[in-house]
Design a protein around this ligand. Structure first.
Ligand code: AMP
Ligand code: ZN
Length: 492
């Protein structure tokens, strides 16, 4: 399996540190507001990377922090008259809620910066002891980039190049303009913790590094984030790790491309800034996932509502194909000899899985993986249309299961729109009134209603047929007339 390593600029064979296990860490959000769709792109990319590693049989331990103390949080608290802790708590809960809506799996470990002060202070003390960090009279502690001969190893920039090219914050207390704060002395009214260097709070770069060391051990297999984090955040993280524990922080560094909206950088001033919440309020999560996964994770992602509208139809094609396969299997159970068409679809199922893995093994090419899924959709639709009533139950179900299995790696859940669990209990009452049904199963009630509607239509009893359909619609369901007969599913 090949994975692109941003540090070496090459695709490399993924060799886990411990056979069969992957330890990975993805920098989490700074919790001062709802996350935006750019953040969501990055979290989604790593969700699918993690799911695929699990699909391949790796035991994955995934950690992601919440940066719950930061200037942005403090500013937001001051603007809104709340405490920084309140802002962070509320935004952490909102973040977790939106990740759930988006179908992103919870991390195995979710440390919060404010709960890790001790681990960070221990690391800072070690760096001071080792002569690569120094406290200053104001109470700040800085990392000395000049004392670290490897500084620049991740981003490939030398200090001289940086000096020529960039403007940095001037600060009399720093020995070098590129030195960065490990510990920040408290200003009045800010959250702070006691320390050997005076009251203060940790610097952002210190946080991830100390948490990785504490929860996963260094080095880890994969460290991820958006490409904007390579410098300085990840450069500074790895510098601290190497100087503190003489080991790289991660073997493989993975970075996602930036999301853009209508070809432009997303920004509040351009009026093209969208939170994940507002997009998920209007569009199904699976459609947003599908759109984002059509682009390779390292490439910039072009988001637009026009594209999103188009993708909704693509998603529906996938969902209705799985529904129709299951429906065909239930409608006309055929367990006899397989015919040519059955065998052809059987081979296409295997080929789709193989192609899916081939694409995903190549640095998580989700666009290629989706193409493999949709080639199976096309094959299955042809099979259903040609076979009409003569579909094989086993082969139809296997095709449906394979589509659901591969879609699940993408975090797209196809079991939702099928099966009895999905049918509202109200169908039972409706079937009692309209079809004389006397049982209590929603699935049987659905069958009875469809049969009654069919009978009414055959007798040209349109009033009754329409009443049944209206009753069904009122329950949030749609009657779909397929080649293999009518069936019910949830309105998307
Ligand atoms: P932040 O809360 O700003 O630290 O961002 C959380 C994550 O989202 C980081 O991994 C960022 O690199 C990533 N990120 C921020 N903006 C974008 C964007 N426009 N596109 C993709 N990822 C982004
Ligand atoms: Zn980080």
């Amino acid at each position: 399996m090949l994975v692109y390593n941003s540090q070496t600029h090459k695709k490399e064979e993924l060799v886990p540190i411990e056979p069969g296990k992957i330890r990975m860490y993805v920098c989490g959000p700074t919790v001062y507001d709802q996350i935006h769709i750019g953040n969501a792109r990055t979290f989604l990319a790593f969700d699918v990377i993690r799911r695929y590693l699990m699909y391949k049989g790796y035991q994955v331990t995934f950690a992601q922090n919440l940066t719950d103390v930061d200037d942005k949080i403090i500013n937001r608290a001051n603007e809104t008259g709340r405490s920084a802790a309140e802002v962070a708590e509320e935004c952490s809960a909102a973040f977790i809620e939106q990740m759930h809506r988006f179908g992103v799996l919870d991390p195995d470990i979710r440390p919060r910066a404010t709960h890790e002060i001790e681990a960070m202070q221990a690391m800072i003390s070690l760096l001071i002891e080792r002569g690569v960090a120094y406290p200053v009279p104001s109470g700040d502690v800085y990392f000395s980039v000049r004392s670290d001969h490897n500084y620049g190893i991740l981003s490939g920039r030398s200090l001289d190049q940086m000096r020529a090219g960039e403007r940095v914050e001037v600060n009399d207390e720093k020995r070098d303009p590129f030195d960065f704060a490990l510990w920040k002395a408290a200003k009045p009214g800010e959250p702070s913790w006691p320390s050997p260097w005076g009251d203060g709070r940790p610097g952002w770069h210190t946080e991830c590094c100390a948490m990785i060391h504490r929860y996963l051990g260094t080095p880890i297999d994969i460290h991820g984030g958006g490409a904007d984090l390579i410098f300085p955040h990840h450069e500074n993280e790895t510098a601290q790790a190497m100087c503190a524990w003489d080991a790289a922080l991660a073997n493989t560094w993975m970075h996602t491309g930036m999301l853009r909206v209508d070809g432009e950088k997303m920004s509040k001033s351009l009026g093209n800034f969208y939170t994940l919440k507002e997009v998920l309020d209007k569009y199904p999560a699976d459609a947003v996932r599908l759109l984002m996964l059509q682009t390779h994770y390292r490439a910039p992602l072009d988001f637009s509502f026009e594209r999103l509208e188009g993708v909704a139809g693509t998603l529906e094609r996938l969902e209705s194909c799985v529904r129709n396969l299951r429906w065909a299997a239930e409608r006309s159970p055929q367990d006899g000899e397989l015919n040519d068409a059955d065998r052809t679809l059987g081979a296409q199922i295997d080929a789709a899985r193989e192609e899916f893995c081939r694409q995903m093994d190549d640095d998580f090419n989700t666009a290629g993986g989706l193409a493999a899924i949709f080639s199976l959709v096309t094959a299955a639709n042809t099979y259903l249309a040609d076979a009409a009533d003569d579909t094989s139950t086993a082969v139809s179900l296997r095709a449906a299961d394979m589509l659901a299995e591969l879609a699940d790696v993408m975090g797209i859940n196809l079991s939702r729109s099928t099966g009895e669990g999905d049918l509202p209990a109200g169908l039972v009452d409706l079937a009692r009134d309209q079809a004389g049904y006397e049982g209590s199963s929603a699935a049987e009630a659905a069958e009875a209603l469809l049969a009654a509607r069919q009978a009414a239509r055959a007798e040209k009893n349109w009033g009754v047929a329409d009443a049944i359909r209206d009753g069904i619609t009122a329950l949030g369901l749609v009657v779909e007339d397929t080649a293999a007969g009518a069936r019910l599913h949830r309105k998307e």
